[in-house]
Design a protein around this ligand. Structure first.
Ligand SMILES: NC(=O)c1ccc[n+]([C@@H]2O[C@H](COP(=O)([O-])OP(=O)(O)OC[C@H]3O[C@@H](n4cnc5c(N)ncnc54)[C@H](O)[C@@H]3O)[C@@H](O)[C@H]2O)c1
Length: 395
């Protein structure tokens, strides 16, 4: 069986490593974070419940090891972060990971890049870097494949197994090799294309989501100006057979949708007017929401409880969450903020009722099921609907 080194034990690399081990591959999960690797070595994994449970399977424990050191392997799969800084992609993590694995790559090895990257990253950065560092020739002596991850946090395992998968690269042998690896757990279609197309497809998908969310937010702002109920407007408009307006929100968070459009925008700013406008619209929502929140209080609030700070309901991931910006803006107006989020802070022992003591109101910024269940047990006077299904309560 092939030995596979999955590089980067985060939200994306961890489930992948566990699934490959479950399906019989000899897997080494590596990360530069020593603390994380120590926890993983004692089988403490905290991604999401179904993923965490995989580590308890006997076949997974038999096939997987964790280390901070890359080891010689048949296949290396890179799953490291690709953040944006000042609206530009930061590829340092990918370049560092490619440098690290280059020290161990041998003739016949395959490198798969799962991280989301701007178009031409494989062709212009990864392949030349590995060729230079190893003196191996591409594509005769080593392969590079881009296999973008498109799973939905909160439902990662199901989507790893059931989504259509895209595998892009040059060289039929490398494409087939990669396809065989993913076939071990992907039950849906696996589509083969070029590496640059695969890079572009992933970015087009998330930009599509961003533009559609921006449209819903635009409709929300315009309808509110006219004091119209945006939810009624959208639900009736969606009865049209060719209309499907999404729910508006308080902004766009997470590691993908607010980030990935910049990968396209940065390569051609003057030809990305729509993508830029969508980003601007969605970036403006925390400011808009802050004004709405303050406007809902009859008396200017001194202290508010914010319930939910992750980037969407029922996940513990708070990266790029628009709630942080709302909190900063409220604090800038000298409003004291108490934060309650039992998913992001699992050690919060007190219940919601204790957090709201002494507050002038509470805003359910992210309606986690656990928060909504707690609310059901207590009587709160609902002041008004805020946005989407997020609600302001007073007590
Ligand atoms: N989280 C998602 O929902 C999601 C979905 C689809 C695609 N992606 C993409 O997948 C990639 C990984 O995202 P993530 O959410 O898993 O990130 P993450 O931050 O959860 O995990 C990345 C891990 O990589 C480690 N790392 C950084 N540099 C390293 C190196 N040189 N060697 C070894 N480990 C290193 C970090 O310590 C971290 O543990 C990103 O490009 C992201 O855009 C993420």
């Amino acid at each position: 069986m092939l030995k596979i080194n999955v590089v980067g034990m985060g939200y994306i690399g961890t489930p992948l490593a566990l699934l490959l081990a479950k399906n019989g591959y000899k897997v080494l999960g590596t990360d530069i974070d020593e603390e994380k690797i120590k926890k993983y070595q004692s089988f403490q994994i905290n991604i999401e419940p179904q993923v965490n449970e995989l580590i308890n399977l006997q076949e997974v424990q038999m096939n997987i090891n964790f280390s901070t050191e890359i080891e010689p392997s048949d296949v290396f799969i890179i799953c490291v972060p690709t953040p944006v800084e000042n609206k530009n992609p930061n590829l340092d993590y990918v370049v560092n990971a490619a440098n690290h694995i280059s020290k161990k790559i041998k003739k016949g090895n395959l490198v798969i890049l799962e991280s989301t990257v701007p178009p031409n990253t494989c062709q212009k950065i990864i392949i030349p870097l590995i060729s230079r560092e190893t003196n191996l020739k591409f594509p005769d002596q080593f392969g590079v494949i881009h296999c973008p991850e498109r799973a939905l946090p909160g439902n990662i395992l199901f989507e790893y197994e059931n989504n259509v998968r895209i595998i892009g690269g040059i060289g039929d042998n490398w494409l087939e090799k990669a396809k065989n690896i993913y076939k071990s757990f992907v039950k849906n279609e696996i589509i083969l294309t070029t590496d640059t197309s695969a890079e572009f497809i992933k970015l087009a998908e998330n930009s599509f989501r961003d533009v559609n969310i921006a449209f819903a937010n635009q409709i929300k702002v315009l309808a509110s100006e006219l004091k119209l109920d945006v939810h009624e407007i959208i639900s009736i408009a969606n009865k049209h057979p060719r209309v499907n307006i999404l729910n508006p929100g308080i902004g766009v968070g997470g590691h993908c949708i607010p980030v990935d459009p910049y990968f396209l925008i940065s390569q051609s700013p003057s030809n990305s007017k729509l993508l830029k406008a969508a980003r601007d619209m969605n970036n403006s929502m925390p400011e808009y929401t802050t004004k709405i929140i303050i406007g809902k209080f009859k008396v200017f609030p001194k202290k508010i409880c914010i319930a939910g700070i992750s980037y969407k309901p029922n996940v513990s991931d708070s990266r790029e969450s628009p709630v942080f910006e709302i909190i900063e803006k409220l604090k800038a107006k000298n409003i004291e903020i108490v934060i309650y989020d039992p998913l992001v802070y699992p050690n919060q022992e007190e219940k919601l009722t204790n957090f709201v003591k002494g507050c002038d109101g509470m805003i359910v910024t992210v309606p986690h099921k656990t928060i909504m269940d707690e609310l059901e047990h207590h009587k709160f006077e609902i002041l008004d609907l805020l946005v989407g299904d997020k609600i302001i309560f007073s007590f």
